[in-house]
Design a protein around this ligand. Structure first.
Ligand SMILES: Nc1nc2c(ncn2[C@@H]2O[C@H](COP(=O)(O)OP(=O)(O)OP(=O)(O)O)[C@@H](O)[C@H]2O)c(=O)[nH]1
Ligand SMILES: Nc1nc2c(ncn2[C@@H]2O[C@H](COP(=O)(O)OP(=O)(O)OP(=O)(O)O)[C@@H](O)[C@H]2O)c(=O)[nH]1
Ligand SMILES: [Mg+2]
Ligand SMILES: [Mg+2]
Lengths: 291, 292
């Protein structure tokens, strides 16, 4: 470190430790600390506040590398340059991820957000496998004032999605949120099933699915990067939602995910209720991460 | 793999004659990286490395023709010991019913595990009874009743609007009448930092007085695992951990962190979504998985 930099070896170790404990991982922790070193290396005495400011800026930029929201999600949040999709038929949002990350609950929250904008929403019960998955989604449809479609007993997920999207088109639904069963990315037949669901969707609605949202759990460690890589490779992911950030996990894994995969992070889940979803804010994220 | 990395390091060092302390530190850095990559908690890694450092500076390593193998042997042995050398079984009450309480973060696999555990006990000749005490998650009760039916195990049907304590009391009576010898209570997922819900869990545990209070934890949990385990253990006195979703490729370092920090043994592992996906915990298998 350059002369006059107010950051000693101990402080550097503390910083490394904080980033590792936030699940940033060794690789990106080293990159961040090196970048900070370069910034501080100029001949000047920095205050603690300066160092914090630089670090927050580095982290905010690192996690925002994939951009934020696009398409309908960007439209929903009224992002600058979000464009307009209304009146262009049904937007299809497919929600995917490993078991228990919060997909079904997040769909309820997203539906609520779309509904608040006066849009017609349909929830498609694409999880035909797990016990009471359809009933769980139906309750979220009721809570958010959304239409709901489920298949008959033991129906194939692809056929449920086919029927749901056909209904959405004929019913002038603005957004169709498609729930899928949790699946470990290591299970090839399940990943193939997902690809099949996507193919069927594209046959019913042109360009569907317009968004493939990967739901990740903030308490997950390095495996979240493997999940993101695999889902991106096999089905293509267009946005990430990180849930359970109301716990003590800091979600540092978003930094390697953004850096390596260039994925936009659209929302963060902060609880179990309808309103517990906020648009992702890199600055707020960075400040919370360094604590 | 770690073995290959250590081999590479030692091969480079061999040409310089006898191994030094500095050489061993280079290999310990690789061990540290491997454990962090496996999601073992940072502090747990520090403690672990200092423990094996002493052993790695012994003559068996320094004089060995295959020092990499010696270090791996030390690391593996230490991991197995820390993960819980001996088998940890469920506690059984001499006077039925045995009571098992499942707690944990949202989505960790409690409801599924409750049914798996019931099936395991049933196949073992016991007569378990499932208690759905989660009244907050949409369709949680239906989920448990569905998997209970699948497991062929009786379950209590709670009255809408009742509290977990009320549900338990009624269920215990019902189970007693039906001659069940084990009560398995599924609870709502909760954050360890949610005061109200942690109080609720604590009072439920006080009332149930379980023979086993098991933390159901996701194998892919990262650095936060320690905080979660410590919080649950200090509020609700755990007797065991069940690590779920080990059928994935998460290294499972959280197992080491939780066990070494709380001293609570890992009793079972979840190895799939189906009801037969529950196995007893094997420290040696977990050790080699963590090392990658
Ligand atoms: N605290 C907290 N809990 C959440 C959040 N999002 C979801 N949950 C909870 O996490 C648990 C799992 O949520 P689900 O929506 O069932 O997750 P899922 O991904 O659909 O699960 P599977 O379909 O079984 O794979 C539930 O108890 C939710 O209430 C969040 O942002 N914060
Ligand atoms: N692959 C795999 N999936 C599992 C395992 N255990 C549970 N699951 C899945 O994980 C998801 C969450 O399981 P639940 O039983 O609903 O979890 P929970 O802890 O009861 O969730 P909450 O009640 O919301 O806190 C479901 O999709 C389960 O099928 C396991 O060992 N392997
Ligand atoms: Mg779901
Ligand atoms: Mg549950």
């Amino acid at each position: 470190f350059g002369q006059g930099a107010q950051i000693g070896r101990d402080q550097l170790e503390e910083l490394e430790e904080a980033l590792i404990q936030a699940d940033v991982g060794m690789d990106y922790t080293v990159r961040i600390v090196e970048e900070l070193g370069q910034v501080l290396g100029r001949q000047r005495a920095w205050t603690q506040e300066d160092i914090r400011g630089f670090l927050t800026a580095i982290i905010a930029r690192a996690v925002g590398v994939g951009g934020r929201r696009r398409g309908m999600l960007s439209l929903l949040e009224g992002d600058a340059g979000g464009g307009s999709r209304q009146g262009k038929g049904t937007e299809v949002v497919l929600v995917v991820g490993v078991n228990g990350t919060g997909k079904t609950t997040t769909i309820g929250k997203l539906a609520h957000r779309f509904r608040k904008r006066g849009l017609r929403v349909l929830l498609a019960a694409g999880d035909t496998y797990r016990a009471a998955a359809e009933e769980q989604l139906e309750i979220w449809a009721e809570r958010s004032g959304s239409l709901y479609h489920r298949g008959s007993e033991g129906a194939d997920p692809a056929s449920v999605v086919h029927d749901a999207l056909s209904i959405a088109l004929s019913g002038s639904v603005d957004v169709a949120l498609v729930d899928t069963a949790g699946r470990l990315h290591t299970k090839e037949p399940l990943m193939r099933e997902l690809a099949k669901i996507m193919k069927v969707a594209s046959r019913v609605v042109e360009g569907a699915p317009h968004e493939v949202v990967l739901v990740l759990d903030a308490t997950t460690g390095q495996n979240a990067l493997v999940q993101a890589r695999t889902f991106l490779e096999t089905v293509g992911v267009t946005a990430v939602i990180l849930t359970k950030m109301d716990g003590t996990a800091k979600g540092g894994i978003l930094i390697p995910i953004a850096g390596e995969l260039g994925l936009p992070i659209s929302y963060v889940g902060l609880g179990e209720g309808l309103d517990d979803l906020v648009p992702f804010d890199p600055q707020a994220y960075a400040e919370a991460l360094i604590g | 793999s770690l073995a290959e990395k250590l081999d590479g390091i030692f091969k480079r060092l061999k040409n310089r004659g006898r191994l030094t302390e500095k050489d061993i530190d280079a290999t310990l850095r690789e061990v540290k990286l491997a454990l962090l990559e496996a999601d073992v908690n940072f502090k747990a890694v520090k403690d672990f490395v200092s423990r094996i450092r002493v052993k790695s500076l012994g003559e068996e390593v320094l004089q060995s023709l295959t020092p990499a193998q010696q270090v791996i042997k030390i690391v593996n042995g230490e991991l197995i010991q820390l993960l819980g050398g001996s088998r940890a079984d469920l506690n059984r009450s001499p006077v039925p019913p045995t009571r098992i309480l499942l707690v944990g973060l949202q989505g960790s696999g409690k409801t599924t595990t409750a049914a798996k555990l019931a099936l395991l006990l049933k196949d073992n000749g016991q007569s378990p009874f499932l208690v759905p005490a989660d009244m907050s998650r949409p369709a949680a009760v239906k989920q448990l009743l569905t998997v209970a039916a699948k497991a062929g195990v009786p379950a209590h049907s709670p009255t809408p609007g009742s509290s977990p304590a009320e549900i338990y009391r009624k269920a215990a009576l019902e189970a007693g009448r039906s001659g069940s010898d084990t009560l398995i209570i599924d609870t709502a997922g909760r954050l360890h930092v949610d005061e109200e819900l942690m109080d609720e869990a604590s009072s439920l545990a006080a009332m149930v007085n379980p023979h086993d209070t098991l933390l159901v934890a996701d194998a892919m949990t990262g650095q936060d695992a320690v905080r979660v385990a410590e919080a649950f253990h200090s509020r609700i006195s755990l007797t065991g951990i069940i690590m779920t979703k080990l059928d994935g490729d998460a290294r499972g370092g959280a197992a080491l962190s939780m066990r070494s920090v709380t001293g609570v043994p890992i009793k079972f592992v979840g190895t799939g979504e189906a009801l037969d996906g529950l196995e007893p915990f094997h420290p040696d298998r977990m050790a080699s998985r963590i090392l990658g």
